[in-house]
Design a binder for this molecule. Structure first.
Ligand SMILES: Cc1cc2nc3c(=O)[nH]c(=O)nc-3n(C[C@H](O)[C@H](O)[C@H](O)COP(=O)(O)O)c2cc1C
Length: 196
């Protein structure tokens, strides 16, 4: 069986962000898991205007997109599963993440989605819960297990390494196993016409 294509999306784009450190930690685990071919998508490298197309996605699922989004769209379409690396911003998700979700539609359809969160006290969980609602509308399946890093600044050292890596590694493995199961099931089911 060929490897599942997993896109890891770095959801924060601000200057000085911590997101890439968390994404690098997770990507190492995803690559060594063995089931996935991993593509890391950094939203900071895409053009993601806040002004959306005139027609809603259910009417026009593939609108004309900015040239700076074409590569991103192709990589989302190619993925069998996603892991979203997100902080909490005001108890929700970063605007760039909402923009990439809203600019796309079929690219999320019937795909498995996992989460790695980090932030202050809430560890990304508030963003993750919002993402579960959003992806329900897009007919994507969010897996139960997740990884969360509350007060991440106490957990990672100055070189970006976890001070106590065992528990997060076990959480990542559990989530990746679930993601593999669901992605396999959805890859097999996707060619069958969905019930509207
Ligand atoms: C606009 C903004 C809102 C934030 N809101 C929250 C919050 O609601 N809860 C929390 O625990 N941390 C919050 N934080 C702290 C972030 O989770 C923390 O700064 C983290 O590093 C952000 O991820 P980033 O560095 O990848 O951008 C917020 C940070 C920003 C910039």
């Amino acid at each position: 069986m060929s490897a599942l294509k997993l896109a890891v999306i770095i959801g924060s784009v601000r200057e000085g962000r911590f997101g890439p450190v968390v994404a690098e930690w997770f990507t190492e685990h995803a690559r060594s898991h063995g089931a996935f071919e991993v593509d890391v998508i950094d939203l900071a490298q895409a053009d993601l205007p806040l002004a959306l197309p005139a027609a809603p996605p259910a009417l026009e699922p593939n609108p004309e997109r900015p040239a700076g989004m074409v590569d991103l769209t192709e990589r989302l379409a190619a993925a069998d599963a996603f892991v979203i690396v997100t902080p909490d911003y005001n108890r929700s998700i970063p605007a760039a993440l909402k923009a990439v979700i809203d600019w796309h539609f079929t690219q999320w359809d019937a795909k498995a989605i996992g989460f790695v969160g980090y932030s202050g006290a809430s560890g990304g969980l508030l963003a993750i819960e919002h993402l579960r609602q959003i992806f329900g509308e897009l007919n994507a399946h969010t897996v139960r297990n997740y990884v969360a890093f509350p007060r991440y600044y106490l957990l990672f050292d100055e070189d970006g390494r976890l001070r106590e890596p065992e528990e997060p590694a076990a959480a990542a493995l559990a989530m990746l196993d679930q993601l593999q199961w669901w992605a396999d099931a959805l890859v097999a089911a996707r060619p069958v016409a969905a019930v509207a």
